[in-house]
Design a protein around this ligand. Structure first.
Ligand code: KIV
Ligand code: NA
Length: 267
């Protein structure tokens, strides 16, 4: 059997080749991401991208386990990381362990990701000490949108000290990697230089040790809004719209189904 990349192997990539990461929520997309990437994240962005929720706050453990299983069926070699949803870890280290262990045991993924720096230091250390590899996530933490007051760039000017302290806390707690979301490029570079663990950037500049994008954003499938940090590598929503319009036209004009889609007489 093919060995999947371990959290330790990802950690050891620091200073070597860039770490390629994407989100996935379904088996067919996980197969494609597994072939192209080092890390496949079952992000809680699934709530907005696939379920039409207005934010990630309504995402549940059941949703993460369902999509985690779907993704794991498509994984061969990449490291699969599952997001801990809002409300599943913030209360106490014990609550975090109870839910993180469920995510690993019930999906087969090897690591979890959770949002927060200094405030989550004790929790991250508690999980790592008990066998749960943790990827951190600081800067713009979407689960905190209601206290941050929107999806704004974090760490500008004096706020850089807070973000840097969060980065240090996550590393000291024993995380194997850390997502940096929506930071000025110079701060992304600075944190990357100061930390011994790899930084995975999303809107944090090209100096990060790796990059991650939401799969539906980079495919141009999720077109509701488009953050500046997203590069579109395809325009699948547009192509799908055209395909559906052609189908509707064909059915209405009886051009579909044709003889090649129809079955002959009984013999
Ligand atoms: O939920 C998600 O997709 C994420 C990544 C964008 C980092 O947390
Ligand atoms: Na997330």
């Amino acid at each position: 059997p093919i060995q999947t990349l371990t959290p330790m192997a990802i950690q050891a990539r620091k200073g070597k080749e860039p770490i390629v990461c994407l989100t996935a929520y379904t088996t067919p997309i996980a197969r494609l991401a597994d072939a192209a990437c080092d890390v496949v994240l079952v992000g809680d962005s699934v709530g907005m991208v696939l379920h039409g929720l207005p934010s990630t706050l309504g995402v549940t453990m059941d949703m993460m386990i369902l999509h985690g299983n779907a993704v794991m069926r498509g994984i061969g070699k990449a490291l699969c990381v599952v997001d801990m949803p809002f409300g599943s870890y913030e209360e106490s280290p014990a609550q975090a362990f109870r839910n993180a262990s469920r995510l690993l045991a019930e999906t087969g993924a090897a690591a979890v990701k959770l949002e927060g720096g200094v405030s989550m230091k004790e929790t991250i250390a508690f999980l790592v000490a008990r066998g749960v590899p943790v990827m951190g996530h600081i800067g713009l933490t979407p689960q905190a949108v209601n206290v941050l007051g929107g999806y704004k760039v974090q760490g500008r000017n004096e706020d850089a000290q807070r973000v840097l302290a969060d980065a240090r806390a996550v590393e000291e707690a024993g995380a194997f990697a850390i997502v940096l979301e929506k930071l000025p490029r110079s701060l992304g570079a600075d944190i990357t230089n100061r930390l011994g663990i790899p930084t995975i950037g999303i809107g944090a500049g090209p100096e990060c040790d790796g990059q991650i994008l939401v799969i539906d954003d980079m495919l141009g499938l999720f077109a509701d809004f488009r953050p500046k940090f997203v590069k579109r590598y395809a325009n699948l929503a547009e192509q799908a719209e055209q395909a559906l319009a052609s189908y509707a036209q064909d059915v209405r004009s009886r051009a579909f189904p044709g003889p090649e889609h129809s079955f002959g007489e009984r013999t």
